[in-house]
Design a protein around this ligand. Sequence first.
Ligand code: ATP
Length: 202
Amino acid sequence: MYIKEIEFVNFKSFGKRIKIPFFEGFTTISGPNGSGKSNIIDGILFALGLSSSRTMRAEKLTDLIFTDAKSKSPEFAQVTITFDNTDRKAPVEADSFEISRKIKQTKTGYYSYFYFNGKSVSLTEVHELLGKAGVTPEGYNVVMQGDVSQITAKMSPVERRKIIDEIAGVSEFDEKKQKSLAELDIVKEQIEKIDIIIEEVK
Ligand code: ATP
């Protein structure tokens, strides 16, 4: 599974509608300072609801709506991410699917909506779907500026190992193993109790 395309509508520096294609494996985006490269990452965090653990560069969500001194600000911003799913990593029976988020400014605040293939869904549903494909808010699917030096220079070996386990998918099995061992303990206890009862009945 990989991101095939991102569409921005009035998002940060992307006024109006703009589509950016991505390719399987590797896509590099280059441009002068301030041209909007990092805003693309912010768009991914925003649309996939990953921004709770990774910080978007905006004080409030409404700062994400395009503003321009020359014209009236639009009332909404929207980012749509199209995933290629030909490998069926996500539990969707289609070669591609879309996740989208829209933020709408109102007089008193804002509304935020998530969509899956154009149908309104909750953030939990988005997380559940992405989680099955290994994309989680706590994961390192999106590596931000500063993450690399944090991982290589500032973390302890144990913390670093945790991240490597997470990326390799090992931590998922560790959790399952711990859960199974806890269940096994309960079963052992029950067997001991039953053995005592059997002894008493004899
Ligand atoms: P650098 O290489 O310096 O990190 P960059 O290419 O990553 O730059 P970004 O940081 O993504 O660029 O983009 C910053 C630009 O986005 C700034 O020019 C800023 O004015 C603009 N910008 C941010 N929010 C908005 C907004 N809501 N409306 C319009 N422009 C915005």
